[in-house]
Design a protein around this ligand. Structure first.
Ligand code: ZN
Length: 57
């Protein structure tokens, strides 16, 4: 017997919200779309047009 509980709908896949730039709202999809912080790390809040090297453009 198959005990498939349809009541508890559990999805392992997390909803991946498309990140957007906090300043210009540009969708951040590609690696080059992301800005960089002062340490050269990818900024997930800003795009490359708004944040480069931790500086707002
Ligand atoms: Zn931006």
């Amino acid at each position: 017997m198959d005990q498939h509980d349809m009541q508890t709908e559990k999805t392992d896949e997390e909803e991946t919200l498309d990140p957007h730039c906090a300043t210009c709202n540009m969708p951040l999809r590609k690696a080059e779309d992301f800005g960089t912080d002062s340490e050269g790390e990818k900024s997930e809040k800003y795009c490359c047009h708004c944040m480069q090297g931790g500086n707002m453009l």
